[in-house]
Design a protein around this ligand. Structure first.
Ligand code: A2P
Length: 339
């Protein structure tokens, strides 16, 4: 029997994409039911040739479901994921709530699918900027062992949710018409600007987003020895995060080695033709499934160093697609029932 699937946060930017990905991949669900807060309950969301009526999420909502895909923020996950597990669901959670819990696996199917074996009913989907980074770096780590990573991100507003997409759209339109703007979602104007702050500042001077990249990368790669330092920046782009990535490896890799390793890696597409001026760009990668890598070149200041540019659709591979791929892997490995 095919699983019954609940989509929690179905009216949000990621939730809507989850429905689209389930449809596009022909996910074997007996039924898909969208949930939201009371604000959007009763509205409709498109699914296949139909529209589904969104239901209000309540404590007893999960009876009779097998899989629950959550993307409704950390506090909703904290409260409702344990209730879903009690009702017999496996939860795949897109929020920050469970990611660093040692009992909860943090999974990117191309990188650490075996961690699904020990799931306690909840599986965490990593942060969007971390997912695309580890998809590109795992095959290189396997080949040459990465010692240190320096990453700077250029992150799209869709990662903050639908209200941030609206804020950028409104600011751009109003500024062009000489009107005043307000910033509700971000601490400063996002239109025609770069904000070197994503999420809140921590005591060490880094932002929470930067430390998520540090901690999640180690957990997913299963290697605490990897050193990572990050600067995360919000840019006025709607879809796709771009990342400038510098790595130092134990073994020497040439540019050619890197291109070959990445070209045969699952979920990666290499676009690296400097002579033709071709490289991955946000506008081309939006709506795509893969992680795109280009601008691969040797770091000439150290013995074994590589620079590259990594782009992926943060709402797809960074969120909705990775979540659905986890669900597909659970089904393939017969792990949908709670242990
Ligand atoms: P709603 O439309 O009712 O606010 P985004 O990240 O794009 O802002 O989307 C957040 C999603 O999470 C929306 O679908 C939103 O529903 C949902 N959501 C937010 N808070 C809750 C809650 N307490 N219970 C259920 N769904 C929630």
């Amino acid at each position: 029997k095919n699983p019954r699937v609940a989509v929690v946060g179905a009216t949000g930017a990621v939730g809507r994409e989850m429905l689209k990905v389930l449809e596009q991949r022909n996910f074997p669900a007996s039924e898909v039911v969208p949930f939201s807060s009371i604000r959007s309950a009763g509205t409709k969301v498109p699914y296949k040739d139909d529209e589904l009526i969104v239901r209000e999420l309540k404590e007893d909502s999960f009876e009779g479901f097998d899989i629950a895909l959550f993307s409704a923020g950390g506090s909703t996950s904290e409260k409702f994921a344990p209730l879903a597990v009690k009702a017999g669901c496996v939860v795949i959670d897109n929020s920050n709530a469970w990611r660093m819990d040692p009992k909860v696996p943090l999974v990117v199917p191309e990188v650490n699918p075996d961690d699904l074996d020990w799931h306690p009913g909840i599986i965490a989907n990593p942060n969007c900027s971390t997912i695309q980074l580890v998809v590109a770096l795992k095959p290189i780590h396997d080949e040459a062992k990465i010692k240190r990573i320096v990453v700077s991100t250029y992150q799209a507003v869709s990662g903050t949710g639908q209200k941030a997409i609206n804020e950028l759209e409104t600011q751009v339109t109003r500024l062009f018409n000489g009107k005043e703007i307000v910033s509700d979602v971000y601490p400063h104007q996002i239109a025609f600007n770069c904000l070197p702050q994503i999420d809140i500042f921590l005591e060490n001077g880094y932002t929470k987003e930067e430390m998520k990249m540090v901690n999640e990368t180690k957990k997913i790669m299963g290697d605490d020895s990897i050193k990572l330092t990050a600067t995360t920046v919000r840019v006025p782009v709607f879809y796709c995060h771009s990342e400038s990535v510098n790595i130092e490896t134990v073994e020497k890799l040439t540019v050619r080695d890197c291109r070959n390793i990445l070209a045969s890696a699952p979920g990666v597409t290499v676009i690296d033709y400097p002579e033709k001026g071709q490289y991955p760009m946000a506008i081309d990668c939006a709506g795509e499934d893969d992680v795109f890598v280009g601008r691969i070149r040797e770091d000439e200041t150290i013995e074994n160093g590589i620079n590259m540019w990594v782009v992926s659709d943060n709402i797809r591979k960074g969120a909705a697609l990775n979540t659905v791929q986890i669900a597909e892997t659970l089904i393939a490995r017969n792990l949908v029932r709670v242990a």
